[in-house]
Write a new protein. Sequence first.
Length: 360
Amino acid sequence: MSSNRLILGADIREHHLILSCAIENQKEFVNETFALEKNRDADELIRIIKEFLESRYEHNVPDYLVYSCEDYPLSKCRKIEKAFRQDGLGRSGIRLLSHENSFVHYVMQQKEELHRHTVIGFDFDGKEMTAYRLYYPNKKNKKEMKTEKKVIGAFSLTGETEENRMVLDQKFADLSKIILSKEVVSTVFLTGTGFDGKWMQKSLKVICDGRRAFFGQNLFSSGNCFYGMMLCRNAKEDYTVQSPETVVYESGVMDSGSGESFVPITVAGIPWYEAKGSVDVIMERGGRADIVFVHSQTKEKQVESVDISGLPARPRKTGRLTITVEFTDNQRGVITVLDKGFGAFSPTTHLVFFKEFKLL
């Protein structure tokens, strides 16, 4: 397997495309920002990405693409995915993350001292401010975290006069005091074009009072690239993050031959809207199909059994099923079992069985 695989993290903003790129096993990222027209289409973004990769790496398709697109229609994002899949990038090499998850992956790759306590992120595009909070609900357990996202709302610089900049500075200073005074905060990360313009005076003093602060436009794209590096190494987080959208269970089935090996269907640590997978299995016994959900941190198991007693009786190992798991939120979803038969020995019935599940 090549050790020079290319990982691309992308963050599609309203007026910018921000890229962070890395070669497997190299620590340095290449970051670049591209200005975008307001009504840009997916083809334009595909062109920019490919030209960037060709100029830097002499080939235009990454091995892993992890992107976020909270300011961009999801339907157009799927068009970008489709284009790269047609060029040879496998589906398992593409991931969509929210800014909340990108923030987590970025923070957790920094020095431990920067996330020893709560970490706050502010994202400001010049019109709207969003705050992210990453914290430890149990101070003694640094392996389990939670995230919160709060949209502050209208928060804009109404003019370029010194007076307007002072008003914005005071407003952000007051907001920072409220948020940062509630608990011990190790670090504050600032991102977004709204922080350009050198208007932060009072607010910067508040933010830097007893804590570290960093500013950069590539926070989310770098977080995406860090996650892509984990995918590339087939590594798993040694921490669990609870958020409204992250799935903390992986699903799978036990190998029909040994009965001990776990065959994964979906993985943990990704947004629920990305958690979908299928696997073909040979029927060991009739009557039910068992799907196992394993908590990524505690390793606790929950077994969901789908009733397939409607299938005709067949000799052992002469039936094939396609089992699909798809999440509808971070704890719920649907299991689908499709009868595939077994060639001439056991013709398919095309029967489909469904079961909704809820994880504890």
